[in-house]
Design a protein around this ligand. Structure first.
Ligand SMILES: [Zn+2]
Length: 446
């Protein structure tokens, strides 16, 4: 009898599997104790508590800080609770399955260990808890996601009780701004305009005398606070985030090349990832008028970019033009702690940028920190490269612009982190830069 059962189970892959879309899911969950989810250092992020009467409750010890990573597991499931459903409801321990068949005990499901750096995640959540925004931090040399935060958040422990409120709230706490928020990128888009100009060759030495604003078509595009930057080459203009320079440069690059450069960086595209994501969109074309092309070149117009995509671009530059596919699950372990599935870094595109392009972009992003708009990041125990952005919001002129930073850090010439922070309507009241400073101080000084 045992041999017969063993044979069937081995042929079936020696596990009792549950598919997310399997109608027997609820039935199977009755017989499993859903596996736990841990951060990279072994902190419990989600586990199932079983009471003496057999009632199972899913517990999320860190509440709101991880809501957009773990998601929740009720009748419906979201985020990693959904993506890992089958793994958390299967066991690789053969003895578990025999015990279950003969003794009727519930089976302990496999556990998932994430790439998330718990300290960094909590710090990012704390810094954003009073505003609406997103933080994405990753490791450029592997693609590991170290922190992924979206606020306002929600407590996955009480989703059921608060369902009415959570789904009706205007500030949409269930929605992940890091993965799904499509925002005008503001001046962080100058990364793409500068790269497009570099690829043009003859525009590399473009110089423009900034008088604080420029009239294009029927609109006047000002520099921030109408500052007249004077004569600017690309290094000055990138460091100072000079709008008149980039608007006039963008027109010469043209809509078609702006768009193809954006697409070469995986905008208008989606890379496989465990969490749901929105596509970043850059729709400019040669058919657009000069005003639209100029606005696109400085990150206004119809660009819509997610913090997740923006961070991928920073990570490519940090990694000499190579893109590692972002990933957030490090491994699956059985209840004995044995690894049953390991996720390894995967080189997704070896040549997003040439070495020369990556070095050129790094030079521009270095100036932003050493003498430009992100100067406050110049006294950290690492070298920071980046780009700031202030993105006008179309609805209502008195709405405060969004505040962006995207970039990366190096120590001893090696890339450590790619980091992107976006604060909705935070340009004056809660800008992204001090948040980046706090996160990096924490990371390098802990
Ligand atoms: Zn200017």
């Amino acid at each position: 009898m045992i041999i017969f059962l063993a044979k069937i189970m081995l042929i079936d892959g020696s596990r009792i599997r549950v598919n997310t879309y399997n109608p027997r899911l609820a039935k199977a969950e009755e017989h499993y104790i859903r596996g736990s989810i841990y951060d990279a250092s072994g902190n419990l992020l989600a586990y199932t508590e079983v009471e003496s009467d057999g009632t199972k409750t899913r517990v999320y010890p860190f509440g709101e800080a991880y809501a957009h990573v773990t998601g929740y597991s009720l009748r419906s499931k979201t985020c990693l609770e959904l993506a890992l459903n089958e793994k958390l409801l299967s066991s690789d321990r053969f003895t578990d399955q025999l015990e279950y068949l003969f003794g009727g005990d519930d089976i302990l499901g496999n556990n998932a260990i994430l790439t998330i750096d718990g300290g960094l995640q909590q710090k990012a959540y704390d810094l954003l808890s009073s505003v609406h925004g997103a933080v994405v931090i990753s490791e450029p040399s592997t693609g590991k996601i170290l922190a992924l935060v979206s606020t306002p958040s929600y407590d996955p422990n009480t989703v059921s009780e608060n369902w009415e409120d959570l789904t009706n709230r205007e500030d949409s706490p269930l929605y992940s701004r890091a993965m799904q928020g499509q925002y005008p990128p503001g001046s962080t888009f100058k990364i793409i305009t500068a790269l497009a100009a570099f690829r043009h060759g003859d525009l590399r030495n473009y110089v423009y005398d900034c008088t604080g604003d420029v009239e294009i078509g029927h609109t006047i595009l000002p520099c921030y606070n109408s500052t007249a930057h004077g004569e600017q080459d690309i290094y000055d203009a990138f460091a100072n985030s000079c709008n008149t320079y980039f608007a006039t440069l963008g027109i010469q690059v043209g809509g078609k090349d702006l768009r193809s450069t954006a697409e070469s960086l995986y905008l208008n595209d989606r890379i496989d990832f465990a969490l749901p994501q929105s596509m970043s969109r850059v729709t400019v074309s040669d058919a657009d008028n000069e005003q639209m092309i100029a606005e696109t070149a400085i990150g206004q117009g119809q660009n819509q970019i997610t913090p997740f995509s923006m961070n991928m671009i920073a990570s490519v530059i940090a990694n000499q033009g190579m893109l590692y596919a972002p990933y957030i699950v490090d491994r699956i372990e059985n209840t004995d702690g044995k690894t049953v599935e390991k996720y390894l870094p995967s080189l997704y595109d070896r040549n997003v940028l040439t070495q020369e392009e990556a070095e050129y972009m790094e030079g521009l992003m270095e100036g932003v920190v050493s003498r430009g708009t992100a100067y406050m990041l110049s006294d950290l125990p690492c070298t920071v490269y980046g780009k700031t952005g202030t993105a006008q919001v179309t609805e209502g002129d008195d709405t405060e612009p969004h505040s962006w930073f995207t970039g990366y850090t190096k120590t001893n010439g090696e890339a450590d982190l790619a980091i992107t922070v976006m604060i909705e309507n935070g340009a004056e009241s809660y800008p992204a830069l001090p948040v980046v400073y706090e996160l990096l101080s924490y990371y390098y000084n802990r």
